[in-house]
Design a protein around this ligand. Sequence first.
Ligand SMILES: [Zn+2]
Length: 371
Amino acid sequence: MVIAEENAAEMLALREVAKLHDSDFQFLCFKNLEEVLFWLCDGVSPQPVRMEDYRSPVYEQQNFDDMYLDDKLKRIAVCFATGGHSLLLRGTPGAGKSMFAQRLPSLLPLLSSENHLDALRIHSMTTNKLSKFILQGNAPFRQPHHSTHPFALLGTADQPGELSLAHGGVLFLDEILEFRRDLLESLREPLETGKLHVSRAQKKVTWKSKVQLVAACNNCPCGFYDSKSVKCKCGMQKILNYEAKMSGPLLERIDMHHRMQEMSPELFSENIPKHSSFMKNQVISAREYMFKRWGQETENSASSFEQILESSQVTGKKRAALMKELAEYKLSSRSILRLLRVARTLADIDQSLTMEKSHIKEAANLRPQSS
Ligand SMILES: [Zn+2]
């Protein structure tokens, strides 16, 4: 296989992920076409390429060691990365919503071979030179702006959009309520199924788009409702309209909702405790426990109501008691499924086969009040 030297790193990633061996292919890297001609006409072979020379140093992801996290935020981050859940963060400007979201990929495991191969394919369609981040199989992180054109977010029949570029990783929609409503609606199906169907003119294409959605928004139009330091300028009607926007069908489908507190200056009087490696280890052991319990590599975010109850050994009287407990929260059936998936993940983090009352309550606190 004749390839350009600039693409050697990409070839190396592909060879590893597709499990190609030297006996299957011989890779010949050339600097330019002149070298290829010498090889074809005069049999001058290029210097054998040692793929190892192109192995990039390991990409260091930005982690949580530079950010103050309270216990609840730590728990949410670990739960997100363990169970494959989606997350909505609310809070005043400056509460750290974007900072928190951007550090979540540091807790995610490397992509599976299948997802890595998909990511290499999808990203190759939009760039000539893949980033180290993708070459090394890190879960992608994409943050399209709310003014992004629908084609750029969803893709066309010829090119994948931001949604598919995030396949296997995180799609972060900051200021989600500023996105066009119809655009958010068109994300509903792909977020459920992990696939996006595009048909334009004669062409029909299906793009893979299994992502973990992270969304963020302010508390109110001016942002400072609930703030201790700045007075909110919005009237009650404006706040009610804003709340109404929040109860859209897309938002109801988000597993965890959390209101981030403003950071008080006292928090910064001492050094920020470094928790990243502890959290990462928690994710690794919780995922091991979860896969062992399912008997396969399934994430809780993909499980059904019955599967969760069966796998947690909730039968007979236990089932009746759980149903009674859940009824008290007065949630829709869709919300109950989201709640149970999150409760299952919290139990997996605690290495518990049963979902305790405390897990259910903790997951219920992560539901929006009105769902
Ligand atoms: Zn306001």
